[in-house]
Design a protein around this ligand. Structure first.
Ligand SMILES: [Fe+2]
Ligand SMILES: [Fe+2]
Length: 347
């Protein structure tokens, strides 16, 4: 998918496992994930604020330097065709409908995080990036001839009556929620991009590449925030992970007319569905947080899965220790042995 860290994306071939792994690791390749620094001081709130603001500044600098894209300049609109299927158009329209609740997402979350500069300034940037998603998807629907101006207006009017409400009450639960939701959204778009490629639509494919690169960057900001919560308030955060994972639903779908049929089409097309949630979202996210065996279980991961994940990460840590040992210790070469000494003897 994307070769760079939260950077300008490439068009490497997609496979779902690779997509998830790339999304989980974006923002880390090429840069140190947790920058070593002296221990923070002050109240837990002050430490949170310091971490979130640092994370926001790094996010912003990276976005300005490598991830900004333009609807006019960076999509090859001159190659527009109508080859995409009606199912693809319906899915694009459905995703643009989810993005249309942006005013609710921005102002309700902003109210919740208003007192944190790191989170509030991030939210403002996030709103700008998300606003481009609904605009570019609508642009494709119109230019490809899949929808007329009038159809778009009628569809928008059908959405205007409803308002999205916060699905969880606290700022910590909401950062867990947005972490999960951004990964799931990114997976939706990368799977849809694969479909666009299969149908031979380079314009839609490029559009979805940009959109999913934004979603990956969003996921990474929230993921780092959840890691900070785990560091500073481990018990409460693990309890929130369990609660939010148990009650997770993608945003606004209940507000969109005809979502039952839209959801079925999305699942039948292999883009996203409830069955994918546990294996492709919950498990990889929990695994990626680097929490202990007991925390994995407390966060709701079934015991056998938690043991598997913890065994694997303990093995990785042990391998890394051995590799570090070999890098830092060099052994003087001994005297050359006679050739016969190398022969394996079978007694
Ligand atoms: Fe988005
Ligand atoms: Fe996003």
């Amino acid at each position: 998918m994307f070769e760079e860290t939260e950077g300008r994306p490439s068009s490497a071939p997609l496979n779902e496992e690779a997509v998830i792994q790339r999304m989980l690791t974006q923002g880390r390749a090429g840069q140190v994930d947790e920058v070593p620094r002296p221990p923070r001081r002050g109240s837990v709130n002050a430490q949170f604020e310091e971490i979130f603001y640092e994370n926001f500044v790094r996010y912003f600098q990276n976005a300005e330097a490598r991830r900004r894209w333009s609807i006019d300049r960076d999509i090859p609109w001159d190659k527009t065709t109508d080859v995409a299927s009606e199912t693809t158009a319906l899915i694009v329209e459905s995703f643009s409908a989810v993005e249309m609740f942006l005013p609710d997402y921005t102002h309700r979350i902003m109210e919740l995080v208003r007192r944190s500069r790191g989170r509030a300034w991030f939210q403002a940037n996030w709103g700008y990036e998300e606003s481009k998603h609904s605009m570019v998807l609508e642009e494709w629907l119109l230019r490809s001839g899949k929808r007329t101006e009038e159809q778009m207006r009628d569809f928008e009017a059908s959405l205007l009556g409803a308002e999205w409400q916060l699905p969880f009450e606290t700022a910590r639960q909401m950062i867990v929620y947005t972490m999960i939701q951004e990964l799931a959204t990114g997976l939706n778009y990368t799977n849809l991009r694969r479909r666009a490629e299969e149908e031979g639509d380079p314009v839609l494919s490029r559009t979805l590449t940009w959109v999913s690169s934004d979603e990956s960057a969003h996921y990474n900001f929230f993921r780092k925030g959840v890691k900070a919560c785990l560091q500073l308030e481990p018990e409460e955060t693990v309890a929130d992970l369990k609660f939010v994972f148990d009650h997770f639903a993608m945003p606004a779908q209940a507000l969109i007319p005809g979502w039952a049929e839209r959801g079925e089409a999305i699942e039948a097309a292999g883009i996203y569905g409830p069955k994918m949630y546990l294996a492709k979202i919950r498990r990889p996210v929990l695994e990626d947080l680097g929490i202990t065996r007991q925390q994995l279980k407390d966060a709701g991961m079934p015991a056998h899965e938690a043991d598997e994940v913890a065994d694997r990460s303990e093995q990785r840590a042990a391998d890394a220790r051995v590799a570090r040992f070999h890098r830092t210790h060099s052994f003087p070469a001994g005297p050359a042995m006679p050739a016969s000494a190398h022969r394996v003897r079978i007694a």
